[in-house]
Write a protein that binds this ligand. Structure first.
Ligand SMILES: Cc1cc2nc3c(=O)[nH]c(=O)nc-3n(C[C@H](O)[C@H](O)[C@H](O)COP(=O)(O)O)c2cc1C
Length: 323
């Protein structure tokens, strides 16, 4: 059976414009979770925050909005606005590891507090109409924290539980903890989505063999490094020469950012975010990245990227390492 593939939210990169252009060039993803909107202002949330989620900006790939919040009232107010836009599901971010977020008991900072999570989900299920899924890590500091959370999740009608098997303080360091993920899979009564370090078909295959109960897979950085990854996983046809497709994708993205953002800095900033991952799939990736990261003007950037797409050597991680 073909796996269900979900494009992960990467704030600052996988916003609506990126998603729209990406899926036109690179098939394979079935849906996406959008980067989070935070609910500092509660119901007074700015309309600009919803731009990324307007249905007209999301025609090609179904998207589930994500909220980062520790305040159930704010979450509910935001979810109601999302329901007015036509959404039927919202994802609650319980995974964000950044200290600025987690130290304020938001994202992964809430994971050590099952009682707060239970009270939040209880109110959120009673007072807003959307189905709720959660995106979590194994814990904030300790991978055992999740075992106090799964019984709580099991008492609510969650649509799915997306697990990135690291702790918050690990950020993205160290190996994903597949043994703990296996224990979670046995205890969770909701559909579980695996997320973390899928960088190649070989990595995916090993995970799919070990976890046959997992039907949906979320991929972030791996798909930015190798945009053909979702097609590889679904064994779809790939272009004989990937470089023209990559060049066309990059060209549209660049044009779109130039139209959307003002001045070279923000445009280059966005593109540097992509190259941080994409460069690794070219030989000499480190040199490419270093050079791009130093660029401040668009003209040399145009020239250098044209050179890469015409003469670069594309060699994504086909074999992969055991995660
Ligand atoms: C730059 C960046 C931004 C991210 N933004 C979000 C976000 O807005 N919401 C979220 O749930 N996860 C976010 N994540 C985490 C990813 O969605 C994903 O869980 C993580 O990268 C692991 O998956 P991967 O190994 O396939 O990339 C972000 C990760 C990165 C590197």
């Amino acid at each position: 059976m073909s796996p269900a593939l979900i494009l992960a939210p990467l704030r600052g990169i996988t916003e609506a414009a990126f998603r729209d252009i990406f899926v036109r060039f690179f098939p394979g993803f079935d849906r996406a979770v959008a980067p989070f909107i935070s609910t500092f202002q509660g119901s007074r949330i700015k309309p600009a925050k919803f731009k990324d989620l307007l249905p007209e900006n999301n025609r090609l790939l179904p998207v589930v909005p994500q909220i980062l919040s520790k305040n159930a009232g704010h979450f509910i107010a935001t979810a109601r606005l999302l329901a007015e836009l036509g959404y039927t599901e919202v994802n609650w971010n319980l995974g964000c590891p950044y200290p600025m977020v987690a130290n304020k008991m938001r994202g992964s900072g809430l994971l050590p507090f099952p009682d707060k999570i239970e009270a939040f989900l209880d109110q959120a299920h009673r007072e807003q109409p959307l189905a709720i899924s959660v995106k979590i890590r194994l814990g904030r500091r300790n991978p055992e924290e999740i075992f106090a959370l799964l019984p709580v999740f099991n008492t609510f009608p969650l649509s799915e539980v997306i697990i990135h098997p690291r702790t918050g303080i690990q950020m993205y360091e160290g190996a994903v903890d597949l043994d703990t993920f296996a224990r979670c899979l046995e205890l969770c009564r909701h559909p579980v989505v695996y997320n973390g370090d899928i960088t190649s078909y070989a990595v995916y295959q090993r995970l799919a063999e070990r976890f046959p109960a997992v039907k949906s897979w979320m991929i972030g950085r791996g798909a930015l490094a190798d945009p053909f990854l979702a097609a590889r996983l679904k064994q779809l046809a790939l272009p004989a020469d990937p470089l023209p497709t990559l060049a066309a994708f990059h060209g549209e993205l660049l044009a779109c950012y130039q139209q959307m953002l003002s001045g070279p800095s923000p445009v280059l900033g966005r593109l540097k975010g992509l190259w941080f991952y994409l460069a690794a799939s070219f030989s000499d990736g480190e040199k490419i990245l270093k050079k791009i990261q130093k660029m401040k003007k668009l003209e040399p950037y145009h020239e250098f990227t044209r050179e890469i797409f015409e003469h670069g050597t594309w060699q994504p991680d086909h074999q992969g390492e055991n995660p």
